[in-house]
Design a protein around this ligand. Structure first.
Ligand code: PMT
Length: 411
């Protein structure tokens, strides 16, 4: 954090007091901190105490002409390396998602061209409210990064659940990560405009009988992040997803399927596409026969006979008539990651393979982070550990660059 300039936007919630410690810790790490407080935030902590810790004048009012003259909200937002919103209240998130700019905090957040990290804190019911979840999905699609909220006891009696502000060290670690990833606010760049990107995501469910199925632990987080990033970069996106508990990426056309055979049909019906990304964890096998009645518990142990599912990636990569210009597969490996991924790229006919280690200790299945290796015809690139959102953004920017170069070469 050395010499990094942080603009801290303090929202009006009981957790605002933790911002005092956040400022202190950021300054200990040699970052400089300037603070903007919402009117509500000043009800919880005083600008005087924040100013004493930042050693800078604390700004609260959009219409304070002196400050507008001295700094201006545009300059204020642009001079920072990173904006941190803490506590990001339900109201502040709603304003950000809706593009409101009726006070200094929301105006600065609208005007910035720098990465924004939001640390939400609110009552669990407010956090779980569909309106808040919609706003969070929209903000993620807009490139806003999130840390927390954590789950636990609330300040109100007898209230517990998700909604606690992330701890100060967690916010600092997340800030460090966003700065290291060098993210910018994505809406400014839309290099996939005019392209169709097709993404598969999530697990497949292969029925054993009407109530049971074979599945795996994929949450869809990586695939959905890719669909979000592609839409954010201007693409028309079709997302073919297995059963997941995630909001639809804003702007994407979502096709919901359950089995591998349905996923194959969904993909085939969505062609042509410029880019196809196969992030789904497709079941390699399915039960050979599915009875129409529930299998009863009885004396005979049921034997599960399996047949192989179609390989969707191979079918599309080797599709003679409508092969997308760029076919990207994933490889989920537990050992010898790069060797297996390299062999998979060739066997399946993909242009690129994103290899990830899915052994249980990696936490990749279901987790928020990933460490990937990009395997192409010309070699292997090791990417640092980053969030699935950052993997998605980087992958889609690479895809855009690849399409730009191949289109230019063909002209
Ligand atoms: O969903 P998350 O919890 O965020 O986790 C992300 C992830 C681990 C699922 C994701 O990053 C990932 O690795 N996806 C691919 C999972 C997988 O099935 O890998 P594989 O090595 O078994 O398959 C290789 C490739 O073939 C994949 O692109 C897969 O989508 C594709 N495939 C596999 C089998 C099949 N029948 N059809 C396919 O298209």
């Amino acid at each position: 954090m050395k010499e990094k300039r942080i603009l801290l936007v303090i929202g009006g919630g009981i957790a605002a007091y933790k911002c005092l410690d956040l400022v202190r810790r950021l300054r200990e790490e040699s970052a400089s901190v300037r603070a903007v407080m919402t009117r509500a935030a000043t009800q919880f902590i005083t600008p005087l105490s924040v100013g004493a810790l930042t050693n800078e004048k604390v700004l609260t009012d959009l219409f304070d002409l002196d400050d507008e003259h001295e700094i201006g909200h545009i300059r204020l937002s642009r001079e920072a390396d990173l904006l941190i919103v803490a506590p990001a209240t339900a109201d502040l998130l709603a304003k950000m998602a809706g593009g409101h700019a009726d006070d200094l905090a929301s105006t600065v957040l609208m005007a910035t061209n720098k990465p924004v990290l939001a640390a939400p804190a609110m009552n669990p019911r407010m956090w779980l409210n569909p309106a808040t979840q919609r706003n969070v999905a929209q903000l993620k699609a807009d490139g806003i990064r999130f840390v927390g909220p954590n789950t636990g006891e609330m300040a109100e009696r007898d209230e517990a659940g998700p909604g606690r502000l992330a701890e100060v060290p967690e916010i600092i670690a997340a800030a460090r990560k966003v700065l290291a990833e060098g993210g910018t606010v994505m809406p400014l760049r839309r290099p996939l405009t005019g392209r169709h990107v097709l993404v598969t995501s999530g697990p497949t469910h292969e029925p054993i009988d009407p109530v049971r199925y074979l599945a795996n632990r994929s949450s869809g987080k990586q695939g959905h992040a890719i669909a979000r990033a592609a839409a954010q970069l201007g693409a028309r996106v079709t997302l073919i997803t297995g059963p997941v508990a995630l909001p639809d990426p804003p702007g994407a056309h979502v096709v919901r399927i359950a089995t591998a055979e349905e996923m194959l049909r969904g993909v085939q019906q969505s062609l042509p596409a410029d880019v196809a990304v196969f992030a789904a964890a497709v079941a390699d096998w399915r039960p050979a026969a599915v009875p129409s009645e529930k299998i009863k518990k009885g004396s005979a142990k049921p034997a599960l006979e399996l047949v192989e599912n179609p390989d969707i990636l191979t079918a599309i990569a080797k599709e003679p008539a409508q092969r997308p210009a760029l076919v990207i597969g994933f490889a989920a490996e537990t050992d010898d990651v790069i060797a297996h991924a390299t062999a998979k790229r060739k066997a399946k006919g993909a242009d690129w393979i994103v290899a990830n280690d899915v052994s249980p200790q990696s936490g990749v299945f279901g987790g928020d982070d990933n460490t990937v290796h990009l395997v192409t015809r010309s070699g292997v690139e090791d990417w640092p550990a980053m969030s699935k959102d950052a993997v998605a953004e980087r992958l889609m920017l690479r895809a855009a660059e690849h399409l730009r170069k191949t289109t230019a070469a063909a002209e």
